[in-house]
Write a protein that binds this ligand. Sequence first.
Ligand SMILES: NC(=O)c1ccc[n+]([C@@H]2O[C@H](COP(=O)([O-])OP(=O)(O)OC[C@H]3O[C@@H](n4cnc5c(N)ncnc54)[C@H](O)[C@@H]3O)[C@@H](O)[C@H]2O)c1
Length: 294
Amino acid sequence: MLRLALIGAGRMGRSHLAALAGSPTVTVTAIVDPIGAADLEVPVYPDIATLCKAGGFDAALVAAPTRFHVTVVRELAAAGIPTLCEKPCGLVPDDARAIRDAVAAGGIAFRVGYWRRHVPELQALATRIAAGELGQIQLVVCYHWDVEPPPAAFRDPRSSGGILVDVAVHELDMMAWLTGSAVTSMTYEPGGVSWHPPVEGDPENAAALVRLASGCLGLVTMGRRWPDGDHQRVEVVGTDGVVTLPFGVGPAGDARIRAALRAQAEDFARLVAGGSSVSATIDDALAALTATAH
Ligand SMILES: NC(=O)c1ccc[n+]([C@@H]2O[C@H](COP(=O)([O-])OP(=O)(O)OC[C@H]3O[C@@H](n4cnc5c(N)ncnc54)[C@H](O)[C@@H]3O)[C@@H](O)[C@H]2O)c1
């Protein structure tokens, strides 16, 4: 059993907690959160130094706000703690490079939480593409729309990166992973329809046009409100076949995400035990952040 310390018990930290309940190989035995988490039945510490003094954990799962990813991972790496960090691993490519350096200096096992890599239907699609079943891939279209926006404090681009960094990185990583081809350029257009008081640097919706090294085009549409519920879907257009996969839609989508979060943590436990991992590396995270900076 890998004993995880959860760093950050907000929206995503609690999603991880729910997903890991009942896992046979991973359990959360400690939490670090400066504002506390009194409702959770796990020891809660205000900072990583206090956590390290208390002990009782083997590795860390970071779900602190993105603006803290560099400082948190640096502290964990310096203490030699294997770490699974939520995407995007910092706000800009230099943050991911700083994390890569800290991980190398600490010699720790490290992976990034791009959970789509643990969705069986997406894994099967990646395998079909790699086997050439769809022919040459001409176009990948991704939809990533939430039912409603996160709190304004989260949306602040200085904290989350705004929609381009916070949301598009999922799709950029997925396009590169599914097709086996790196993103070489991206242009981005914020949408003009807004129904909230605007959050500076975080439009309500946006689209990005992507080019992959293979010549394949990518289109990402993303938004803060899809009236029918969360909507995450990918369409792959090959020369010999087309696949449309609504992997994050409705109750089945919620269940799929929970299962993927659990599979991701269990994959990390295998890595810490000396086995292999199919999760995203810091180089994958750096590639996605670099694409947002084009
Ligand atoms: N993979 C996904 O699908 C997905 C979805 C949502 C969020 N995320 C990622 O998860 C991270 C957290 O997002 P969120 O929506 O949970 O944010 P949030 O604001 O809801 O929660 C963050 C929590 O971290 C705590 N915190 C702040 N500073 C901390 C520190 N230094 N150490 C430990 N805890 C600290 C806060 O008190 C808060 O409880 C972000 O990096 C985000 O990109 C990933």
